[in-house]
Write a protein that binds this ligand. Structure first.
Ligand code: GLV
Ligand code: MN
Length: 226
């Protein structure tokens, strides 16, 4: 009898281990947005409560328009300090993307314009040059810089979470279409994040990090509204 109960305990412990290992494996395999549980789930952006993602519009109210987005069709004005303009096609502007793990942007560039160094915490990015000539680059976690000058029709991939940029090195305007394996990749623009946060990062932290004096840090902060 006693032998039987110790055998049962061992079997139970083995099952628990198996369950924990399976959950760990499941988590490590899931590197992008979670998989879909139905064909579609048009985001009901105004609905409460907040959940991980957005609740779905009732399928009986879904129409073809929910799967259509014309927001990337128009070229945007690039007459600004960066000489670029980004139009986002993520779940917030295109609710039909909800739960589909994908999104797409358009970036227009004046000659010399840049999409400044930034990263996407939730997605890798494909950069497709639609017209013009762009220098595209990212820095890996070991500090190595990878880049290419792309012309129309060419593609560069930016691994998830790494700092990257695009720079129009051509004489004419340029346009890139970028796509992501997330419905909402998120964006961290390096300069704005460090110098324009609210509340601001203490100047002493930035003087040490950048090895410069207060005056320079405060001057840069003032350009980002701090
Ligand atoms: C370009 O880098 C983009 O994030 O759309
Ligand atoms: Mn990007």
């Amino acid at each position: 009898m006693a032998g039987n109960s110790s055998y049962q305990k061992k079997t139970m412990a083995a099952k628990q281990h198996l369950l924990i290992i399976s959950i760990a494996l499941l988590i490590s395999f899931c590197q992008c947005d979670p998989d879909t549980l139905q064909d579609f789930c048009i985001a009901e952006l105004k609905n409460q409560p907040f959940i991980n993602g957005f609740p779905c519009k009732s399928p009986k109210d879904v129409t073809s328009d929910d799967f259509f987005f014309a927001g990337l069709a128009q070229e945007k004005d690039t007459d600004n300090i960066l000489g670029s303009n980004l139009t986002a096609g993520n779940v917030l502007s295109f609710p039909g993307l909800n739960t589909l793990s994908m999104s797409m942007n358009r970036v227009d560039f004046a000659p010399g314009g840049i999409n400044p160094p930034h990263s996407h915490p939730r997605a890798a990015e494909l950069v497709f040059v639609m017209r013009g000539c762009l220098l595209v680059g990212f820095v890996a976690t070991d500090g190595k810089f990878f880049s290419k000058t792309l012309k129309a029709g060419e593609v560069f991939v930016i691994p998830k979470g790494l700092i990257h940029f695009q720079y129009n090195v051509g004489k004419k305007t340029a346009t890139a279409i970028t796509s992501f394996n997330s419905q909402l990749p998120g964006v961290v623009i390096a300069a704005n994040t460090l110098f324009g946060s609210t509340p601001e990062i203490p100047t002493g932290v930035l003087t040490k990090a950048f090895r410069v004096d207060d005056k320079l840090i405060n001057e840069i902060k003032s350009k980002f509204g701090n």
